[in-house]
Each structure stands twice: as C-alpha cells, then as structure tokens.
Ligand binder design. Structure first.
Ligand code: ADP
Length: 261
C-alpha cells in the first residue's frame, strides 16, 4: 500500500510562553500525495509556517500526529528539505561548494553529492557557474542555486516558505516557472506557503486555504485547468478558469481577514 507523502491527523499546536498560550492550529487534517504540489494561503499569523515546522520535525504537535510516508514524525529528517525567502548562500564559497554544504553536514558520500550537484547545475541552466561566487549571480539564479542545494540532499518533500517574496516582480514570475518545472521534473512533493494568491494558483495542484487563528483548513481547491495539470504557471494566468479560482480564494481569504476584527 502506498502512503500519503504527508498526513496530518487531527493536529493541534499550542505555543506556550511564560506570559501566554497561543493556539495556532486546531484539528488540522490533511493528506498530501507523493508528487503533489500544494499551496497554502491564509491570513498573516494564522499558522502557515507552524504547519511547515511540524512537517520538518522542528516542532512537535501538542495533539494528534504528523506522518511522513506512513511514519510518525519524531524529529528532523533528511526526507524533508526547505527553500526559504533568503537563500542563505555563503558568500565566501563558490556555487559548487555551497551546494555541498548539506552533504558535508550529513556526512553523505561526497563524490556522489558532487556528481549530483554538477548534474543538477547543468540540467537547470547553471552549468557554467559552478566556480562563481554567489555575489556574481542574480537574485533569481541565487534562488535556483538554493533549490539545487536542497535537491543535492535528496529529500522527497520540499517545503517552500515564501521563497520568492524578496525578489522583484519580473524575477518572481520567471523563477516561479523555473522552480515549478524543476520540482515536477524531479517528481518531488512540494508544499508552498505564499501571500500571493496568483502564485498559489499557478504553482499548485491544490490550494489550501487556512482560517484565522486557531487555524484550521477551511477549504482545499483542486486546480484544474483545461489543458491539463502540467501547464506552466505563466500559462495558467491566461487560462479561462484562472479568474474564477482567484476570485473564490480571494473572497474566502477576505472573509477570514475581516472576521479577525
Ligand atoms: P504565519 O506563517 O501564518 O504568518 P506562524 O505560523 O508564523 O503564522 O504563527 C502562528 C501564530 O503562532 C502567530 O500568532 C505567532 O505569533 C505564534 N507563534 C509563532 N511562533 C511562535 C513561538 N515560537 N512562540 C510563541 N508563539 C509563536
């Protein structure tokens, strides 16, 4: 029997500090299939990053359980990789040695990691940049290097926490296309947190909307475009159904924000 890549079973998460208790997530249930791309949108502070931290094993649920490939998450795992808003590349290391940082830390087979890094650079249009320093690359190229660094560690699941939000609009659109095609090409399961409804729609197979805190999943919308699931993100912006998806999700989000008061 094949398992869900990620499953939440009635997950609660409360933060406790000396002064207060914050109920971030309440009774979250979800199931993400291997190879699926999920976008998560929701009001600011509702618990989107918290949800990713639970998948990565950096946080433990206060109720319920989080499963990866049928096993309960009990700590961080090499099965899960992160792509963040900031690329966190080391400026004093060249691109190739940046790509090998994770492999070094995890004491992986370095010859294999190096071969994989070079293959991925070549495949995704950065073959000539192995010996460049990050400072010589554009913002979009740096984020592609950051994604490749994550892929070198061979995770099954990629968590993308606002990975494009520090970039200008044009770069953001192009990079979203590139990242989408790399992730699909690699057959990875991906979970993207974004404030950008348009990005959420264009990147994902399903868009999850979260309610205000204590947050739960208020809706899950499958994104079905006439021409099929593998349409490039920019093409989806032009598709007939795009506006209807955008309006539905925007209205739902507005409802959550307004009712926050
Ligand atoms: P989002 O990513 O949707 O903006 P977060 O997951 O970052 O939301 O946070 C959800 C809620 O939990 C917020 O109210 C936030 O203030 C609170 N929170 C997040 N991290 C902590 C923490 N380490 N300790 C206490 N409260 C936290």
């Amino acid at each position: 029997m094949s398992h869900a890549a990620v499953e939440f079973r009635n997950v609660d998460l409360r933060y406790f500090t000396l002064k207060q208790e914050t109920e971030a997530l309440r009774h979250v249930n979800l199931s993400i299939m291997p190879g699926e791309f999920i976008s998560i949108v929701g009001p600011s502070g509702c618990g989107k990053s918290t949800l990713l931290s639970l998948i990565s094993g950096m946080l433990k649920p206060t109720g319920g359980s989080v499963m990866i490939e049928g096993e309960q998450v009990s700590g961080t795992s090499p099965k899960v990789g992160y792509m963040l808003q900031h690329d966190h590349l080391f400026e004093w290391r060249d691109v190739l040695s940046n790509l090998l940082v994770g492999a070094e830390i995890r004491k992986m087979d370095m010859a294999r990691a190096r071969e994989k890094a070079l293959m991925l650079l070549e495949r995704y249009g950065l073959g000539g940049f192995a010996k460049h320093n990050p400072g010589q690359l554009s913002g979009g190229m740096r984020q592609r290097v950051a994604l490749i660094r994550t892929l070198v560690a061979e995770p099954d699941i990629l968590l993308l926490d606002e990975p494009f939000s520090a970039l200008d609009y044009q770069t953001r659109l192009t990079l979203a296309d590139e990242v989408h095609s790399i992730i699909k090409d690699q057959g990875k399961t991906a979970i993207l947190v974004t404030h950008d409804i348009s990005e959420a729609i264009c990147m994902a197979d399903r868009v999850m909307v979260m309610s205000k805190r204590p947050s739960t999943i208020s809706s899950i919308y499958p994104m079905r475009f006439d021409e099929g699931e593998q349409l490039a993100p920019w093409k989806k912006r032009e598709a007939g159904r795009y506006a209807a998806y955008f309006n539905t999700i925007w209205r739902e989000l507005e409802g959550h924000v307004v009712s926050t008061g």
